[in-house]
Design a protein around this ligand. Sequence first.
Ligand code: NAD
Length: 316
Amino acid sequence: MEQVRVGVIGLGAIGERLIQGFNANKQTVVTAVVDMDKERATKMAEKLGRINWYDNHKDMLAKEELDLVYVAVPPKFHHAVTMAVIEKGIHVLCEKPLANSVEEAKEMFEKAEQAGIIHAMNFPLNYSNPANTFDRMIKEGYIGNLRKLELSMNFPNWPRLWQQNDWVAGREQGGFVLEVGVHFIQLTQRIFGSIAYLNSWLELPEDTSKCETGVIATLELEDGTPILINGMSQIAGTERIAYTAYGTDGTLSLVDWGKLEGGKLGEEILPIEMEKEETTTLIDHLVAAIAGKESQLYTFKGGYEAQVILEKLRNI
Ligand SMILES: NC(=O)c1ccc[n+]([C@@H]2O[C@H](COP(=O)([O-])OP(=O)(O)OC[C@H]3O[C@@H](n4cnc5c(N)ncnc54)[C@H](O)[C@@H]3O)[C@@H](O)[C@H]2O)c1
């Protein structure tokens, strides 16, 4: 099969990470890049072997022959940029969150479906061994019947030191509820089914341009099982993100994205060793989908469903 030609829009920390993934995969190759920051675009194009670069996504879409476009611009630009890709009828991978409002997310999902293209979200937990082991252990009955889900997020610094840019710190399209919370909203919907929002409280700085520094929210699964989201930034200690399922027989947590901890009733909570599994990547699944083969993609439908809950939590 010919290599899948990929155009990448947005060359920040995340765009760059996936470019490495595309070029490490024998079946995909990045053939054009876009960033509104010309210097970034030219530097990346040079680094990738003098491929074509643009400072505007419309120019790339008009001039390049592409099989797939990856959208990695900040959230408030996802809608405009992705809609332009959909209008061209090109397969699209969009960063999370899908959009910056429920209305935008709905339109993106509906138009992508109508266009008959492959549309996928980058929610990396879906392709991670720890998150998938968590899912499997729950389904195999490790915790018994689920009594409560809890997402706890502690950030000594938000934005984190490796992601210092204005938008991540801003209320309009940043904050840890949006940036981090959305991964676990989507994971919850995937593993446990639909979620209903009950209520939330945000600690918001006086400066209305700055994002939340605290959240407490309650939600529930369809059968009434409660979900608690409890997060805070600008605090002492170290960063810790724990997604915990409390059951009738035990407790299981996915900690800091990559570790599992758990115990049966009456036991201590201890680290759980995971078997090494051959994990297929998001890029493998995109290639399969484009070739018309069976694949496991999390589409704009999931992006939209997560956005519905996300916007209720952000409450702004
Ligand atoms: N999937 C994940 O695990 C994960 C993790 C972190 C961030 N993200 C998402 O990835 C996206 C990018 O995040 P980042 O940290 O790389 O951001 P960033 O600010 O570091 O980089 C964004 C880049 O996009 C460029 N840009 C902005 N608007 C543009 C436009 N309209 N057209 C062309 N270029 C434009 C900027 O110049 C910048 O180079 C965000 O949506 C974020 O939520 C995903």
